[in-house]
Design a protein around this ligand. Structure first.
Ligand code: IMP
Ligand code: MG
Length: 177
């Protein structure tokens, strides 16, 4: 079993590059089929989704716009007005087809707020593509149309996801031992 150590914690190999690539092929094929080159505004949620988005979007056909946004870290303490939840989103949303690209959906809390805000801006459609989903901790009520791996609650790292800021550069997924 392949083990790595990050900040004193041990992680074991969980999902290989080959399996990641197969999943990305499945997801991109579905998006290509559903949108048939129709223009999409992809909203990439930084930092975690950067590697997934990069590999996924290379396989998407047609001409699209891509926006890179961050979810405000003040979200948890509710100190912001609703228009400040997404940092860096300058594109027009109204009447556009939107796909949000996320690395992992855990409780779903952060994305719930984002969806609520985006819906007030009246897009024609709004879908989510997430590489990982933790069904056992999910507490929100939105649909995830493009869902990658359904995983258990154990913490994972690599392929863009971090443990305390480290591990995003690792090309495969490791799980906390
Ligand atoms: P949620 O609001 O609970 O859905 O949290 C989602 C965010 O928490 C993700 O976008 C990640 O940034 C982070 N997160 C949740 N689970 C993990 C994990 O296992 N590894 C790394 N980051 C995670
Ligand atoms: Mg994330």
């Amino acid at each position: 079993m392949e083990i790595i150590k990050i900040k004193g914690k041990e992680f074991k190999k969980y999902i290989s590059s080959i399996d990641l690539e197969s999943m990305i092929n499945l997801l991109s094929n579905r998006i290509n089929k559903d949108y048939d080159s129709k223009e999409v505004l992809f909203i990439i949620i930084l930092n975690g989704a950067f590697m997934f988005a990069s590999d996924l979007l290379k396989k998407i056909k047609g001409n699209h716009m891509i926006s890179f946004v961050k979810i405000s870290s003040y979200l948890g303490i509710n100190s912001l007005g609703e228009n400040n939840i997404l940092i860096g989103l300058n594109e027009e949303i109204r009447d556009r087809d939107i796909i949000i690209i996320e690395d992992i959906i855990d409780t779903g809390n952060s994305l719930s707020c984002v969806l609520k805000e985006l819906k007030t801006r009246k897009p024609s459609s709004l879908e989510i593509c997430s590489l990982f989903f933790k069904p056992n901790s999910f507490k929100a009520d939105f649909e995830i149309k493009y869902k990658g791996f359904e995983i258990t609650n154990e913490f994972i790292v690599g392929y863009g996801l971090d443990y305390d800021g480290y591990g995003r550069n690792i090309s495969e997924i490791y799980q906390l031992k």
